[in-house]
Design a protein around this ligand. Sequence first.
Ligand SMILES: [Zn+2]
Ligand SMILES: [Zn+2]
Length: 374
Amino acid sequence: MATTERDYYELLGVGRTATEAEIKKAFRGLARELHPDVSEDPDAEARFKEVVEAYEVLSSPERRELYDRFGHAGLRSRGFEPTSFDFGTLGDLFSAFFGDDLFGVGGRRGAARGADIAAEVVLELGDAARGTSRDVSLGVAVACETCGGNGAEPGTQPVACPTCGGAGRVQQVSNTVFGQFVRAQTCPRCDGSGHVVEHPCKTCRGNGRVVEERTIAVEIPPGIHDGQRIRLGGEGHAGEPGGRAGDLYVLVRVRPDPRFVREGNDLISQVDLTVTQAALGATVAVPTIDGDLELEFEPGTQPGQVRVIRGAGMPVLQGRGRGDHRLLVNVTVPRRLTDEQRRLLADFERTADEETYRPDDDEGFFDKLKSAFR
Ligand SMILES: [Zn+2]
Ligand SMILES: [Zn+2]
């Protein structure tokens, strides 16, 4: 049963006197437009079936004549049945019919790009703060010097692949709903390159590439974070002759520093003051990423206070400035006292009153907590 009573010339958008070439061209254009992988038109499938039917009739001189003289009824009287097909496998059908170039693919593939390489470096936090350079040793596939990368013994040349004649693709004849068609596929012998090596280079065994041990200096910018990757374009494995090399990806691990907690570009650490240091005030050496810093603590410094040392954190990666260093004050309480110490503290306690411990007006517990977590 025909699926349409519409005029076939109209469906293809050609005139009654259209040549075979014009009909084919019109069909190709419509097929490209209505292809299920391309078209978003919900009616594409139905329209496509009509177009195929029209093409099946008009591309056959015999059927076309019948249709010209007797219309749809003429075709039916001769038992014409349009091909039924599964819309989902149209891609295959198109390739069979037009070759893979319908959608601009196919032909000989270009020289393959080389593979990427992954490497890893481990840094101390200080190295990450200052930026550093690390040598990374790798086995890298490079073009073979003996044969210049084409895989052929010096004095010989790769020859056109006898299977595909250098085209990189082979034609496969298959029977499809359109009749017998030829489809192109990647040549299995030369893998699409179009040439084969008859006398393989002894250095690389025809591979065109050899593995070379290479040491690459990787520049690590200040401020890098644990788990970031640095890409070095073109430092990966060599590609086929004419193809570009792959890339090198260096994963950076930053070892945690037991003195600091890193939070983005900020560093957080804790300073321990004794009860007397906190009460009397003290100058204490505090470790920062740049080295020890002498810091003065006011008399009456409280545990949980946070001192912010502006610009003493980690550098902003590929940016300006640095994060802050936030210093959390801890006060250590004596655990073991001599008799004399116990007496002194008891004497102190007798002289202390509410005023001794009264907080400053601007100093609430929740303010401290907030500044600690910002
Ligand atoms: Zn070689
Ligand atoms: Zn071939």
